[in-house]
Design a protein around this ligand. Sequence first.
Ligand code: BGC
Length: 372
Amino acid sequence: MRLLKKALAVGLASAMVFSMAGCGAGSKGTTAAPEATTAAETKKEETSAETTAEAVKDAVGGDVADKKVGISIYKFDDNFMTLYRTELQRYLTEDLGFKKENVVIQDGKGDQAEQTNQIQNFITQKYDVLILNLVQASSAPEITDMCKAAGIPVVYINREPDTQEEQRWSDDKINATYVGCDARQSGTYQGEEIFETSNKGDINGDGVVSYIMIQGDPENVDAQYRTEFSVKALTDSGMQVKELLKMRGDWDQAKAQQIAQDALTQYGDQIEVIFCNNDAMALGALQAIEAAGRTVNKDIYLVGVDALTEAVQNVIDGKQTGTVFNDHFSQARTAGDMAVKFIKGESVDNVNMVDYIKVTKDNAQEILDKLK
Ligand code: BGC
């Protein structure tokens, strides 16, 4: 009987968690990068949060409120990860019932050595589970071994360790998992957005789509795959392409503005498409495009990824051709759910992927409403 009650509670908890993840309702995001977030700053989810927390409490056979979650974000000063961490903190404390003081979020400041120290401190203080957005995904084997030795499960987010490492977790039954999106999908959507324009990206009609590519940090698989698959979607559709320039903008608006400005000076009208690996960089590129007197969707195309509020508004206003929703609500909630599963001692798949959503003028308003 007791077992049945527990099983029902688990079912209820996950059903609620997943239906909430699916509906995309959540806290209001801001694309500014505040110094730190507190749960009090985030918007309260309407009705079912308390019930969900109750169900989770039953399901773990105790109170998650007493469990400690250590989180480290690769750097706070990142537009997308700011939205992500705000939702993660809100979900853990308001919906899953962790005590605010037991959810500690550290800023990795873009420095792997500093972040490794933070993780070491979490381990020394016997945190129950860690949620980590690594500065360098290539540090995953070392960090995983540190956590494993201490018996602490780890949920990696956003920066995907390589497949060999992920395979090791399942082969060696290590309590580690990755929650993210398959970046190949986002790249493909970007290429499709260009192919679906009236001239398939070939504005000057010379039979070739000439583009520049502004990349994120190239160590990150998101940057690698978006770069590769955006172009591949065009060539797979039979288009000829010419890369005029490929440069790293490190996901950063100001760096991308400079790159786009220099490229527009050097290549002028030859540039038909600017691919940006994320929206922060697309916002920078747009500043340069407007300063150069060019007009998006008329004499140049521009695409990004993430669906930052400003970028989605730009899609509606015709100042950005398209973007791709990098669903931080579902990713944050899945990461929280995996942390709870580890605490409950349940088995967890080594990789958990969330879908991207293509954003064009057709659905931009709908996506913007979800973000608000
Ligand atoms: C996002 C970028 C972000 C990066 C951080 C990517 O998935 O698209 O905006 O800067 O993650 O790792």
